[in-house]
Ligand binder design. Structure first.
Ligand SMILES: [Zn+2]
Length: 340
């Protein structure tokens, strides 16, 4: 079991940032001893879904506390160390969660726990279950085991069948806001400018924000600036189209979303300069000179429209539309666009 920093190790509900609503619901269920047999933790990457699932697993089995993890008893410690026999994490085996994995879960789920009070199964990236695996899981949900809780964790709830969803209590974990990420980073000693740029870069993923390589961020920003500049000058668009739309890299979606977020920040800065003049409070103050030059080449209408097209592309990505089509459509707009 591999857990990233800030996830799982030595933490109770108080260590989970934000998500007050979710924590309140879970603590109440623990106090009343009415925890739903199956739950679905849904939300974007890196917001603390799996960490919360582990805290819940600890709280359910904790020898000291009733509605939280004490982090000191042998049960809490074993879960933190990843060797509690009654707490199991299921992850995709390669690209998918296979039926064999669900069969194993089914065999164990109806058995009494070995040492703890209850068995907990945390199914990570639950949307990757094959159809057969999902059917097998459904059978367990239809006959909830007495001694087990199943927590499904997913970034893509729309890829999980409604029959499964209808049998789970669904808890939504919203993305951490840009402002909150900025604040957390500043609290941790980051310079303000750096904190702001990083918060733009991570789409609400706090874990990522805390583990970013700054050189990588700078390289991505430069790349995004060049793309923004190309949209303005209409130069090199075929290059970008080839690079993004026809690329088969697995990471193209994340890559594109990041670049779009950064281009969007350059676009918003340009609007600000156009409306308020130089010296405005920019999101990218280190690009001020370049922004001043670039915004003069286009109208305010163009910038507003550009911003809408970026929003549209990002929205489509989050809805899981075809990335290549989205990107092709995005560039097609700019190619045909009358610029002044
Ligand atoms: Zn404990």
């Amino acid at each position: 079991m591999i857990l990233g920093p800030d996830v799982g190790f030595k933490m109770g509900f108080k260590d989970i940032r934000g998500h007050e609503r979710v924590k309140k619901i879970l603590k109440k269920s623990l106090q009343k001893k009415k925890i739903p047999n199956s739950m679905l933790f849904s939300g974007p990457e890196g917001v603390g879904k799996k960490g919360t699932a582990f805290v819940l697993a600890k709280a359910i089995n904790c020898e000291q506390k009733k509605d939280d993890a004490c982090d000191a008893c042998s049960s809490c410690k074993a879960i933190d160390a990843g060797n509690h026999p009654d707490v199991m994490e299921i992850q995709p085996d390669g690209e998918v969660i296979k039926i064999e994995q669900m069969r194993t879960l089914r065999q164990i789920a109806y058995l009494k726990p070995m040492v703890g009070k209850k068995r907990i199964f945390i199914v990570d990236e639950a949307e990757k279950m094959t159809e057969e695996a999902a059917n097998s899981l459904l059978k367990i949900l239809e006959e909830p085991p007495l001694f087990s809780y199943i927590i499904l964790v997913t970034q893509n709830p729309y890829l999980i069948t409604s029959t499964i969803k209808s049998r789970c209590q669904i808890l939504n974990f919203p993305p951490v806001s840009r402002q909150d990420i900025e604040k957390i980073l500043i609290d941790r000693g980051y310079e303000e400018e750096k904190a702001r740029v990083i918060s733009l870069f991570v789409q609400g993923n706090l874990n990522k924000a805390l583990n970013l390589d700054w050189d990588e961020v700078q390289a991505k920003r430069e790349q995004a600036w060049e793309l923004f500049h190309s949209l303005i000058t209409k130069e090199n668009l075929p290059f970008y189209l080839r690079n993004y739309a026809f690329s088969h890299r697995a990471l193209v979606k994340e890559d594109w979303e990041q670049v779009m977020e950064l281009v969007s920040s350059f676009c918003r800065d340009s609007i600000l300069v156009k409306e308020k003049g130089k010296g405005s409070l920019l999101m990218n103050p280190d690009y001020e000179e370049k922004i001043n030059k670039a915004e003069r080449m286009v109208s305010l209408d163009w910038l507003m429209s550009c911003l809408r097209k970026i929003d549209h592309a990002v929205y489509g990505l989050r809805k899981n539309l075809n990335v290549n089509l989205l990107i092709s459509a995005f560039f097609a707009h700019f190619k045909e666009w009358d610029y002044v």
